[in-house]
Design a binder for this molecule. Structure first.
Ligand SMILES: [Zn+2]
Length: 108
């Protein structure tokens, strides 16, 4: 499991890019988590250890839940790609120099 201490040492751009993916997962599959993200936004952005310690396992569970419901790859797990068609196009036209991956996802 990801150690919140490691997340606390990431450069801001990387942290925010990863957070964009977390927000996307909440939009896809967990309305309660989305509400929690809104409520805890300040402590998330200041990388509060306890908040990240709760958030990270919840986020991993979303992905695990979707993948386990789609063991035969019938297409449900494609929902995890929400925003990625646009993000990959944006990364490509900017030659992978302007945006970090998570930043491109945030624009989607
Ligand atoms: Zn992604």
């Amino acid at each position: 499991m990801t150690d919140p201490v490691l997340l606390r040492t990431l450069p801001d751009r990387e942290f925010r890019g990863g957070f964009a993916e977390v927000i996307k997962h909440a939009i896809i599959a967990d309305a309660a988590m989305f509400t929690m993200l809104e409520k805890d936004l300040e402590s998330i952005l200041r990388r509060d250890r306890a908040t990240l310690g709760r958030l990270i396992p919840q986020n991993i569970q979303i992905k695990a839940r979707v993948v386990s419901r789609d063991e035969r790859e019938s297409g449900l797990r494609e929902i995890l790609n929400l925003g990625h068609t646009f993000a990959h196009a944006l990364e490509s036209v900017t030659h992978y120099r302007r945006y970090r991956h998570g930043e491109a996802v945030a624009w989607a």
